[in-house]
Design a protein around this ligand. Structure first.
Ligand code: ATP
Length: 249
């Protein structure tokens, strides 16, 4: 009886852990080029299972062989994403949160100063979805996030001012990045490309994207494909802390 109850609990734990792994895997790939490949792999696996069930021996043998080779090919093709995912697993979160909190303050101050001067800015803060794919579209950096550094990046005529900046924890990892544009036929039709790039990235990933408008001098956050209200620097700092370090931990 006892051992049966023990087995039942173990089974539940097993299922819960597998569920968690699948969810984490999904979060890691959503918004990256891997998501389409994953869909392809699922279709392939479904085809293989159907061919096995129907007893189509030649087809199931061929699909099984191709699948084995394909798995090795996937590891090679997605080597950068896999490395990033493993690094993420090993990163100490609480230490990151403490340093990240100070970094968010620096970022908020930079956004405030740029809003005052009406300097346009676009900054994406990575949460669970890796933004490596978008970082690779710009210029790779590995710099401590600070108010003057962010201001220098977006200064008019600065070589990297065009495009978006990507922040990972307390590091600026890329600048002049190209973000995907949200289509212009929705609610945000009147906004220009900077805002639509913020909306597009926030729609495809779970990143928190902060935009300073050059035209209006406003600061807003784009999240899950929606643009939030205009924020003061204090509101921005609190909202970022809440979104980046309370929801992610
Ligand atoms: N796909 C993109 N990814 C990242 N940044 C982009 C992208 N497209 C445009 N931008 C940035 O947006 C700038 C143009 O902003 P635009 O004036 O069209 O937008 P806006 O939403 O009206 O913003 P603003 O209120 O600041 O004028 C470009 O100079 C570039 O820096």
């Amino acid at each position: 009886m006892l051992s049966q109850a023990g087995l039942g609990l173990k089974d539940l734990l097993d299922v819960a852990l597998v569920g968690l792994l699948i969810y984490q895997g999904y979060v890691l790939v959503s918004g990256t080029r891997a998501v389409n490949v994953l869909r392809g792999v699922l279709v392939f696996a479904a085809l293989w299972v159907v061919s096995l069930l129907l007893g189509l021996t030649t087809l199931s043998y061929l699909l099984g062989r191709v699948g084995t080779v394909g798995l090795f090919a996937l590891v090679v093709v997605f080597q950068p994403e896999l490395r990033q995912a493993l690094e993420r697993l090993g990163r100490p979160r609480t230490l990151g949160a403490a340093r990240g909190g100070a970094a968010l303050q620096e970022l908020s101050r930079a956004m405030e100063r740029m809003a005052e001067r009406k300097t346009g800015a676009l900054v994406a803060i990575e949460r669970r979805t890796p933004l490596g794919e978008y970082a690779r579209s710009g210029v790779g950096l590995d710099a401590q996030l600070s108010t003057p550094f962010v201001e220098a990046l977006f200064a008019r005529n600065a070589p990297l001012h065009d495009g978006g900046v990507i922040v990972q924890g307390d590091r600026v990892v890329a600048a002049a990045c190209l973000f995907p544009l949200q289509s212009s036929d929705g609610t945000y039709r009147r906004y220009g490309t900077r805002h639509r790039a913020a909306l597009g990235l926030s729609e495809l990933t779970d990143a928190v994207v902060v935009v300073v408008s050059e035209e209006r001098g406003s600061i807003r956050i784009a999240l899950a494909g929606r643009l939030g209200p205009e924020l003061t620097v204090g509101e921005l700092r609190d909202r970022l802390r809440e979104l980046v370090y309370e929801e992610t931990l």
